[in-house]
Design a protein around this ligand. Structure first.
Ligand code: NAD
Length: 355
C-alpha cells in the first residue's frame, strides 16, 4: 500500500508559510556559474571570505571573479572582534558583495557583514550545516553568543557544488550532517510548523540518513556528497521559517560552555528526540519514515562520531547548571520543559547512554 502522507491522515490545521527569496544553483561543477551569478547581482567588487585552511582553494575560485579582496581569518562562532575586522575590511575596500566559501562559520561572517552593511551575501557552502538557507545570525561577545533573525543576512544566491566537499573530512561531514538532521527533526514538531516545511524536513532526513554513511565510507563518493548537500539545503530551509525547540536550546546552552557546535548537536539529538517522543506522535512517525528503519543513535555511532558529552569537553559539574539554564528560558517545545527530566536527558547524553 502506498505510504500515506500527513495531509491525508489528519485534518489540515491553519498555518502560516513564509517563502524566502534566495536563488539556489545546485550541481557538480556549479562553482563555475559563480561569475555569472555575481554578474546577475551587478556586483563588481566582491569580498571573499574563508577560513585560513581553505584560503588557497578560495583564492583559486577568486581568479575568475571581480574581487576587491579576501578575508581569510574566519574562525568559529563569529567573535565580535573578528567580525568587526571583516566589516571594516569590506568598508575600506568599498566591497559591493560578500562571497562566503566554506561552512557555517564562514557563512556566519558573511551574515555578520550583511547585518550592519546590507551587502548581499553569496554563499558557497562546503559543509552540511544548512546555515546558508537561514536568516539566523550569531555573534559572540564576552563568551556569550547572541543570535537573531534578520532577512538582510539571508544569502541572495547559494551555489551548491558537491565537488567542493570532496575533501571535507569524515568527522566534519558526519557532525555537520547530524546538525542538519537536527534542524529537520525540530521543524517537524515546531509549534509554528506547516505542511510545506514538513515535506522538506522529512525529505532532508531521508537524504542525509542515506548519504552520510556512504560519505564516511568513501569521501570521494560524489553521488552521496550531492545527496548530503541536497539534504542540508532542505534542512537549512526548514529552520529558516520555523522555531526551534528543546534540542536547539540545549545545544545553545552547551555552546556557551565552549562545546563544539556540530558534535554537540549530534550527541544531544537522540536524547532530545526521546524526551519529546510521546508528545509529538505525528512528527515521530514522519521522522521514523524518513530514517528508513534506522535510529539516530545507531546512525551517529556508525558514522564514528563521539557519543558522550564527556568526550567533547563537558565537565560533569556543569550538567546541573546546563539543565537550570535550559529550563529558565525554554523555547516552545512539544513536551513541557522541566528540570528533572532535562537533567536526566543531559546526564544520559553526558554518559553516552543509549536512549
Ligand atoms: P565550520 O564552518 O566551523 O567548518 C569546520 C572546519 O571544516 C573548518 O576548519 C573549515 O575550514 C573546514 N572545512 C569546511 N569546508 C571544508 C571542505 N570542503 N574541505 C575541508 N575542510 C573544510 O563548521 P560547520 O559545522 O559548517 O559550522 C558551524 C558553525 O555554523 C557554528 O558556529 C554554528 O553556530 C553555525 N551554524 C549556523 C546556522 C545558522 O542558521 N545561522 C546553522 C548551522 C550552523
Amino acid at each position: 500500500m502506498a505510504r500515506r502522507h500527513r495531509a491525508q491522515d489528519a485534518a489540515l490545521k491553519p498555518f502560516v508559510f513564509t517563502g524566502l527569496a534566495s536563488r539556489v544553483v545546485f550541481g557538480a561543477g556549479s562553482v563555475r556559474e559563480l561569475p555569472a551569478e555575481i554578474e546577475r547581482l551587478g556586483a563588481k567588487r566582491a569580498l571573499l571570505l574563508t577560513t585560513p585552511g581553505r584560503a588557497s582553494m578560495v583564492s583559486a575560485i577568486g581568479k575568475h571573479l571581480k574581487v576587491a579582496g579576501i578575508y581569510d581569518k574566519v574562525v568559529m562562532h563569529t567573535p565580535i572582534e573578528a567580525a568587526t575586522e571583516a566589516r571594516n575590511l569590506a568598508a575600506s575596500l568599498n566591497a559591493d558583495c560578500c562571497i562566503a566559501v566554506g561552512g557555517g562559520s564562514t557563512i556566519g561572517f558573511g551574515k555578520a557583514i550583511a547585518l550592519t552593511s546590507g551587502l548581499p551575501v553569496v554563499a558557497v557552502p562546503t559543509t552540511y550545516s544548512g546555515s546558508e538557507m537561514t536568516t539566523i545570525w550569531g555573534i559572540s561577545e564576552n563568551n556569550l553568543k547572541k543570535t537573531g533573525r534578520d532577512p538582510k543576512v539571508l544569502p541572495r544566491v547559494v551555489v551548491y557544488d558537491p565537488e567542493l566537499t570532496l575533501d571535507l573530512p569524515a568527522a566534519v561531514s558526519a557532525a555537520s550532517g547530524m546538525n542538519a538532521i537536527a534542524h529537520c527533526v525540530e521543524a517537524l514538531y515546531a509549534h509554528d510548523g506547516n505542511p510545506i516545511v514538513s515535506l522538506m524536513a522529512e525529505e532532508g532526513i531521508r537524504a542525509l540518513t542515506s548519504a552520510l554513511p556512504k560519505v564516511v565510507a568513501d569521501l570521494g563518493d560524489l553521488e552521496a556528497r550531492s545527496d548530503a548537500l541536497y539534504g542540508s539545503w532542505l534542512a537549512g530551509s526548514t529552520i529558516s521559517t520555523t522555531s526551534v525547540a528543546l534540542h536547539h536550546k540545549l545545544c545553545h546552552v552547551l555552546g556557551g560552555f565552549g562545546l563544539p557546535h556540530a558534535e554537540t548537536h549530534s550527541i544531544v539529538l537522540p536524547h532530545a528526540l526521546k524526551y519529546n517522543s510521546d508528545a509529538a506522535p505525528e512528527a515521530m512517525q514522519r521522522i521514523a519514515n524518513a530514517l528508513q528503519g534506522k535510529n539516530l543513535w545507531d546512525l551517529q555511532k556508525g558514522l564514528g562520531l563521539p557519543m558522550r558529552l564527556a568526550d567533547i569537553g563537558m565537565n560533569e559539574a556543569d550538567i546541573e547548571r546546563a539543565a537550570r539554564l535550559a529550563v529558565a528560558a525554554p523555547y516552545p517545545n512539544p513536551r513541557k520543559v522541566e528540570y528533572d527530566p532535562v537533567l536526566e536527558l543531559l546526564r544520559n547524553a553526558w554518559e553516552g547512554r543509549r536512549p
